[in-house]
Ligand binder design. Sequence first.
Ligand code: TMP
Ligand code: ASP
Length: 237
Amino acid sequence: MVEQKEQLYEGKAKKVFATSDPDLVIVDYKDDATAFNGLKKGTIVGKGVVNNKMSNYLMGLLAKEGIESHFVEELDDRRTLVKHVEIVPLEVIMRNVVAGSLSKRTGLPEGTLPSMPVLELYYKSDELGDPMINADHALAFGWATAEELKTIETMARKINDVLKNFFAGVGIDLVDFKIEFGRYKGKIILADEISPDTCRFWDSKTKEKLDKDRFRRDMGGVEGAYHEMMRRIGLKE
Ligand code: TMP
Ligand code: ASP
């Protein structure tokens, strides 16, 4: 049994604790919600439990399809034991439907279908507000090697295929999502979380939003949307 030790880091939605094993850390999911790089703050009651369980479930699903992640063991409702990775300072966004910042940048209305999934890279920097970058920037400034970038792109597209199919099966359009990767024992693995905080989920029939956009856009029904996504997936809270 690994033992929880001192807190290493507190992010906007999670805390990370050291353990008695230097190769493992514990993530503890909070109910705190932020948007627009921390400008908007709030609480989504029960969100930590939903995000913990959903992220672990989806990483389990991905593992069956050969995608290695940081997931080791769910400890309780809010805490999970994960591999201690060095986070690659990139946010990778995959998009199947135009929404959010892509709609703003291109002027295309939300709901427009691109002819192929679109991969975007952002530089992880709170001070800079996570600016969009391209692969050349990542290489030129040493944020990832060419080999790592290739692996990240291949994994991101495969993750999108697996998740898009899975969510289609439960009546949800996977509009877009953000993922992060880590370095662990010389390998690139999927890290961070996959949850309604980091994905856009639309009901396939009604196009109702069932994700954090309800919080970002003050739409109400935020907690209900998170619970509905758990119900769709068949997960208990
Ligand atoms: P965007 O349209 O605002 O660029 O967001 C694209 C996707 O990435 C959406 O599913 C929400 C997710 N996302 C995060 O998880 N964290 C962030 O900081 C941002 C800006 C977006
Ligand atoms: N969580 C991010 C922040 O606080 C952004 C978002 O999810 O919209 O800025």
